[in-house]
Design a binder for this molecule. Structure first.
Ligand code: GLN
Length: 520
């Protein structure tokens, strides 16, 4: 029974809760069991909080019994949070040693929202340190394995959140996306991941990486579930000055359940196919999956025209000035005095250097150095100001197309499927290239979603849809349409190929697998 419960969508769970067939406690126990059983082989979780989750489940069951009017679809539904989201009294490591033992004094805005709708927080998921990375190998708490092939990465930086959903430990999870960290791991693990418009979700209570780019968003196994989770967390919050006073559209919880109705949404849609997103070095078979998806969209009544986003090529270089510059400022607060452990027994400066020297990993130090350099006197205009100007050009490319009436752009999410542990660790630039198709969307502040569109040599491929600002309802409707027209596809029915191995305690941990691969 418990195995079955974890296979349901959040919407199906909600129906059973309302019909009294299951309780939130049943659902929560089933998922806690799955998470505990699978975490040795996957390392997706940094905290599985059984006691607190069951307490929340019982509270949700009370609300359900009282027949709470206007209950949100997520009442009583389990959800996992990336470990950079503050939960009052709980850990918040951001995947870093420098925040080991730190306890959040308050709830993040989205934690408050999830509590308000009655979702059940199962625990905190593994991630690249300070959300810097595309493979989850930069976590101070060890890598995360991809259940499709345990020798490969799940993508990053929200790899733990993606794997928790892909491996049926949770129907829903939360990630953050600064340059692709929701969409890319969603693509690599075969699930849905959405980065909302900048300002749609309050960042209050989230560990900041690059504040002008960071957005919080949902992971789920289908489009309706992802939209419902965004519905729960979106909306204006005056504690984040960049949170926009834009109402939360109720269409997000009204997407068609029937495939026939959903497919109708594609008729007459005008989609652009940006040629620059088929980057040099893109895997040919992954490219074929995208082309097949485009053909399917056309058969369903959408028109797809090739378009150009001429400044795409500059996205990577621009991002790797702007994001590290903001990170270097945001991470200055980790001084060993205000947060986490302090190392060294010297004077204040000695302690500061020792704490940051031991507390931060190599990738974080690399970003701080890049950012500090780009902001330093004499280089500020040449690098940072220049990058901000190019950022405007990237945004204008998108504006021009959307002014011409395109509903959305269709593109690959990632140039490759999941790669082996260690494949890109020695070459940071090759790692950075994983996000060539997602970074520009953050630079422009736009919403983007990745949905599964098939397999390449047994590994998931993601299709990305990018829309104008605040077009989330339309973007989800198009994604739901694509899901509907492919609902009968053979690959849709497949579970991650090595899922069965993940509950075998005799399997190596992801860190052991990575070490063994490095020996070969
Ligand atoms: N992979 C990109 C980086 O390392 C994006 C990370 C993110 O979106 N948080 O910066």
């Amino acid at each position: 029974m418990s195995g079955d419960l974890t296979r349901l969508t959040a919407h199906a769970m909600a129906d059973r809760l309302r019909d009294g067939e299951v309780t939130s406690r049943d659902l929560t126990e089933a998922h806690l069991d799955a998470a505990e059983a699978g975490n040795h082989a996957l390392n997706a979780w940094l905290l599985i909080d059984r006691e607190e989750a069951l307490r929340q489940a019982d509270a949700a069951d009370d609300r359900l019994r009282r027949g709470e009017a206007a209950a949100h679809p997520l009442l009583g539904i389990p959800v996992a949070l990336k470990d950079l989201i503050s939960v009052r009294g709980g850990q918040c490591t951001a995947g870093s040693r420098i925040l080991e033992g730190y306890r959040s004094p308050y709830d993040a805005h989205i934690t408050e929202r999830l509590r308000a709708v009655g979702a059940v927080i199962l625990g905190k998921t593994n991630m690249d340190e300070f959300a810097m990375g595309s493979s989850n190998e930069h976590s101070a708490y060890g890598p995360v394995a991809n259940p499709w092939d345990l020798e490969t990465v799940p993508g990053g930086s929200s790899g733990g959140s993606a794997v928790a959903v892909a491996a049926y430990h949770a129907p829903l999870s939360i990630g953050t996306d600064t340059g692709g960290s929701i969409r890319q791991p969603a693509a690599l693990t075969g699930i849905v991941g959405m980065k909302p418009t900048y300002g749609r979700v309050s960042r209050y209570g989230i560990v900041a990486f690059a504040s002008s780019l960071d957005q919080i968003g949902p992971f789920a196994r289908d489009v309706r579930d992802a939209a419902a989770l965004l519905h729960a967390i979106a909306g204006r919050d005056e504690r984040d000055s960049t949170s926009a006073p834009v109402p939360v559209p109720d269409e997000l919880i009204d997407l068609p359940a029937s495939d026939d109705d959903a497919a109708v949404g594609l008729k007459g849609a005008r989609l652009g196919l940006p040629k620059e997103y088929f980057v040099a070095g893109m895997e040919p078979d992954a490219r074929r999956r995208i082309e097949e998806a485009v053909a399917a969209l056309e058969r369903a009544g959408a028109t797809v025209e090739e378009v150009s986003l001429p400044h795409t090529d500059y996205g990577l270089a621009t991002y790797y000035i702007v994001a590290p510059a903001e990170a270097s400022a945001n991470l200055a607060r980790y001084d060993g005095i205000r947060f986490g452990p302090q190392y060294g027994e010297g004077d204040a400066l000695g302690n500061y250097l020792a704490t940051r020297g031991r507390g931060f990993g190599a990738e974080v130090k690399r970003r701080i150095m890049l950012g500090t350099y780009a902001l330093s006197a004499g280089y500020y205009d040449a690098f940072y100001v220049k990058a901000q100007k190019v950022r405007t050009l990237i945004k204008r490319d998108f504006d021009t197309l959307f002014e011409q009436g395109f509903d959305a752009l269709v593109a690959p999410t990632s140039p490759s499927v999941a790669f082996r542990f260690g494949a890109k660790m020695a070459d940071p630039v090759s790692m950075y290239l994983s996000d060539a198709c997602t970074l520009p969307v953050n630079m422009a502040g736009l919403p983007g979603i990745s949905i599964p569109c098939g397999l390449s040599e047994g590994m998931p491929v993601g299709l990305q849809l990018i829309g104008p600002a605040w077009s989330e309802p339309r973007l989800f409707a198009l994604a739901r349409g694509y899901e509907a027209i492919t609902s009968g596809a053979e690959w849709r029915a497949r579970e991650p190929a090595q899922l069965a191995l993940t509950t075998d305690e005799a399997q190596p941990t992801p860190a052991e697998r990575a070490a063994a691969l490095a020996q070969r």
